[in-house]
Every structure is written in structure tokens, then in C-alpha cells.
Write a protein that binds this ligand. Structure first.
Ligand code: HEC
Ligand code: HEC
Length: 281
């Protein structure tokens, strides 16, 4: 973490240096601005913001863990078999792992969502908390989990109305909090370029299935925009014909209709492809 902070400080220093130089040459020194150095001020502001962010995140985490106790019994009974890397499979799940369906469900389940720390949630590829929390909520609302093949054997492990209510009572306020938190601290990593903005959309809506080592349907690597724009999924000649855009536009991707992209998010994808296809000078 300290390295990250130093890096952040250095980059913000270089960035604001230009602004600072302009400021110093363009403005006449007066009593008011003699004592203040915009570079230092900006640095201090960044550090304060960074520290504030860490503290606030710890608060969110503490409260989420405390509230989790109210749902732990439900998830332990109904989800942990496939979504907790500390839960051991029964012996019949461990024999012949490569062809054993029980083993497979656990391996894939933990990749998609690992509740081992309860909160923050974990998953392969390190998707943002918001994406994981929302997919958790969708699974609860639509009762797509636990897997049908599992509830055939264990009918009492289906999600009931009262489970749903309790799980949502944990998820809904937490999602709202994380959303507010993200909005509040967005300025720290704000990259207003089309590429910077599209990265956010992909991270929130696609990458937990198609990025950072995860490749559902054989499609991955969305974190690498340079490679992505050269792939068959992006059409630089006709941006609106890009498969990536069309699938999102037609609500085919993400698979859950609840996660469909907003008009603004769709436009952000289009803006990025158009920016990439514009001739550079
Ligand atoms: C029998 C095993 C099993 C049980 C029990 C189970 N799951 Fe899953 N779950 C899976 C598998 C396998 C996947 C991965 C599916 C895939 O990769 O397409 C998954 C994926 C998920 C995902 C990610 C879906 C997405 O869109 O990325 C969520 C969220 C989830 N499960 C929630 C739950 C919850 C909540 C429970 C308990 C109420 C639960 N699961 C119980 C096997 C299970
Ligand atoms: C919950 C997991 C999940 C999420 C989230 C998701 N996808 Fe997919 N995606 C899949 C699966 C599974 C397939 C393959 C099966 C299919 O075509 O339905 C797929 C296939 C694709 C393909 C086709 C690959 C090919 O070669 O045919 C593209 C392109 C794609 N997704 C783009 C996206 C985009 C863009 C987003 C975000 C806006 C997204 N996906 C979000 C699961 C997901």
C-alpha cells in the first residue's frame, strides 16, 4: 500500500507541475499567493482524500461484517458448499476431481464468488465489489442459485421468501453504500478520456466474466484495450456494428437482463470505439 501511495503522489506531482508552472509564470506574485504553493496544496489534498477513503472503506467493511452475522446461517446452509473456499467437500465430492460434477460445481462456484472472508467478496479476476454484490443480489432475486441440480438433491436448500428478505436486507443497503463511496472518491482515479471511461464500464459490467484471467464463452482479456480494439469483437470501420456493442445494445450481454447497460454506458462504449477509429494526426 505505501508504494501505491508514493506512486500516486509522484504521478499527481508530475501532473500538477505543469499546471503549477503555468500558474507561477502567469500570475503576478501578491501577498495572497506568495505563501501558498499549488503543487503542495494539491498533494496535501490528494493525501487527505486517500486517507479519508481508506478510513471510510474500513467503516463500511466493519459494518458489513457485523450485519453479515444475520445472514450467515442462511448462506452457510445454502451457498457455502460451492462458494466458500474454507468449506470442505464431502468425500464423494473429492474423488476423481477432473470428472466429478460435485467437485466441478465447487471449483467453478468459488471462481465466480468466494465468500471466505464474508466481506469484501472475492472472485477470480478480482472484479470490483459492486459487480460482485450486484450479481449476488441478482442470484437471490431471480433464485438462479443454488444450482437446480443441487436443490433437486437438497430441496430444503432452495432460497425461500424469508431468506430472500434477509439476504436483501444485507445486500441492498450495502450496495447503496458502496455506490456512494465509489461516487465520492471517483475523482482520485478519474480518467476522463474515452478509454478511461470505457474501462470503468467494462470493469463494472463485463470483466468478472471476460477479464483478468476469466474468459466465459472463450472470450477474455477485456482489460487490454489495445488488443481488444484489434480483435474481431470491435469493428473500427463501423463502430455500431461491433459485436461487443451490439450484444450490449441488444441486451444479450451481460446475460442477466438486470445488468443491461444504461444508455449512458452504451454511449461510452461507442465513444471509445469511435475515438479509436478516428484518424490520428
Ligand atoms: C451446488 C453448487 C452451488 C451452490 C450451492 C450455490 N452456487 Fe452459486 N454458483 C455455482 C456455480 C458452479 C457458479 C458458476 C456459474 C458459471 O460459471 O456460469 C455459481 C455462480 C454464482 C454467482 C455468480 C453469477 C454471475 O453472474 O457471475 C453468484 C452471485 C452465486 N453463484 C450466488 C450463490 C448464492 C447466493 C448461493 C446460495 C444461496 C449459491 N450461489 C449457491 C454453484 C453453486
Ligand atoms: C455473468 C457472466 C457474463 C458477463 C457479466 C458478461 N458476459 Fe459476455 N459471455 C458470457 C458467456 C457465458 C458467453 C458465452 C455464451 C454465450 O454466447 O451466451 C459470453 C459471450 C460473449 C461474447 C461472444 C464471444 C464470442 O467469441 O462469440 C462477447 C463479445 C461478450 N460476451 C461480450 C460481453 C460484454 C461486452 C459484456 C459486458 C457489457 C459481457 N459480455 C458480460 C458471460 C458473461
Amino acid at each position: 500500500m505505501p508504494y501505491l501511495l508514493i506512486l500516486l503522489l509522484l504521478t499527481s506531482c508530475f501532473k500538477s507541475k505543469e499546471k503549477g508552472a503555468l500558474y507561477l509564470t502567469e500570475s503576478k506574485p501578491t501577498i495572497e499567493n506568495l505563501g501558498t504553493n499549488p503543487i503542495i496544496e494539491d498533494l496535501e489534498r490528494q493525501v487527505r482524500l486517500f486517507e479519508e477513503k481508506e478510513l471510510e472503506w474500513q467503516e463500511i467493511q466493519k459494518e458489513a461484517l457485523y450485519e453479515f452475522k444475520k445472514i450467515e446461517k442462511i448462506v452457510r446452509k445454502k451457498c457455502y458448499d460451492c462458494h466458500d473456499s474454507d468449506t470442505k467437500l464431502p468425500i464423494y465430492g473429492r474423488v476423481l476431481p477432473s470428472i466429478n460434477p460435485v467437485n466441478h460445481h465447487q471449483v467453478d462456484g468459488i471462481k465466480a464468488l468466494d465468500m471466505v472472508h464474508k466481506f469484501p467478496l472475492k472472485a477470480e479476476g478480482n472484479p470490483p465489489q459492486l459487480a460482485l454484490l450486484k450479481s449476488f443480489r441478482n442470484a437471490v432475486i431471480d433464485k438462479t442459485m443454488p444450482l437446480k441440480i443441487y436443490t433437486k438433491v437438497y430441496p430444503f436448500r432452495k432460497i425461500r421468501k424469508k431468506d430472500q428478505k434477509k439476504l436483501l436486507a444485507w445486500l441492498n443497503p450495502l450496495i447503496e453504500k458502496v455506490e456512494n463511496f465509489n461516487d465520492k472518491y471517483e475523482s482520485i482515479n478519474l480518467d476522463p478520456t474515452p478509454a478511461g471511461r470505457v474501462k470503468k464500464v467494462f470493469a463494472n459490467k463485463c470483466m468478472r466474466c471476460h477479464g483478468n484471467g476469466v474468459s466465459k464463452g472463450g472470450f477474455g482479456g477485456m482489460e487490454d484495450l489495445e488488443a481488444l480494439k484489434k480483435s474481431k469483437h470491435v469493428n473500427l470501420e463501423n463502430p455500431t456494428e461491433s459485436e461487443l456493442y451490439l450484444l450490449s445494445y441488444n441486451k444479450k450481454m451481460p446475460p442477466s437482463i438486470r445488468e443491461s447497460l444504461s444508455d449512458e454506458e452504451l454511449q461510452t462504449i461507442l465513444d471509445w470505439i469511435q475515438a479509436e477509429s478516428a484518424p490520428k494526426d
